[in-house]
Design a protein around this ligand. Structure first.
Ligand SMILES: [Mg+2]
Length: 216
């Protein structure tokens, strides 16, 4: 079991999978609105328009803030303050990662987006996700993370040719390579158990994702 678990390439999406991006974005834009005197609704609406990639999407925070005249130091300070003075992990995220690791799995975060913005959201929570004793200092067992600006299926196929694995993600139909199972998490569903679909499963929470992973 442990050997098989360690051999499974286990990619975990971050935004909307481990991290409550909707709640975070609202808080972030609230602070930005306060700093710039731009109404929250306006900041939120504008935010939807700054894409890192015209097809794949992804929020371009730096461009958005620059449009308001916020300088680099100020935009990163406000983000850092929001991230560090709240907890945006879902209730089941840290336990999910820690139980997997305790069972011999080696999950890693595979996140789509712009590097500095994604890193600013991910790094402060690595310690908590991995179960470090001093979670805010990010000490103890580290948890790998990879930030990409391309399709996850393409990245996995190139980075891990021939591997067997799974991707847990709130976005469905990622077109994963042969040998990979898609575990689509949709927290709005009220499923009592994972549901099979073409190429994988649909789950309503991370406990159900864990159930699927154990069965692989
Ligand atoms: Mg996501």
């Amino acid at each position: 079991m442990t050997r098989a678990a360690g051999e499974l390439n286990l990619a975990l999406d971050y935004d909307f999978t481990l991290f409550d991006t909707a709640r975070f974005s609202t808080d972030l834009w609230q602070e930005v609105a306060r700093l710039t005197d731009i109404p929250l609704a306006q900041a939120a609406a504008d935010g939807e328009g700054f894409h890192a990639d015209p097809v794949l999407g992804g929020y371009d925070y730096e461009k958005h803030m620059a449009a308001y005249g916020l300088e680099s130091a100020a935009m990163w300070a406000v983000l850092d303050d929001v991230v560090r003075s709240n907890d945006y992990l879902y209730e089941d995220s840290a336990e999910f990662v820690q139980v997997l690791r305790a069972e011999g799995y080696r999950p890693y975060i595979l996140s789509y987006g712009v590097m500095p913005y994604q890193r600013a959201k991910i790094v402060p929570y690595i310690g908590k996700l991995a179960g470090a004793s001093d979670e805010r200092r990010n000490t103890g067992p580290d948890l790998g993370y990879t930030i990409i600006l391309r399709r996850k299926g393409e990245y996995i196929a190139e980075a891990y040719p021939g591997a067997r694995g799974a991707l847990v993600d709130d976005v469905a139909n990622q077109i994963l390579p042969e040998g990979f199972v898609e575990i689509h998490i949709d927290r709005s569903l009220e499923l009592t158990s994972p549901q099979e679909k073409a190429g994988g499963f649909v789950v309503a929470n991370l406990a159900q994702a864990q159930h699927v992973i154990r069965s692989l």
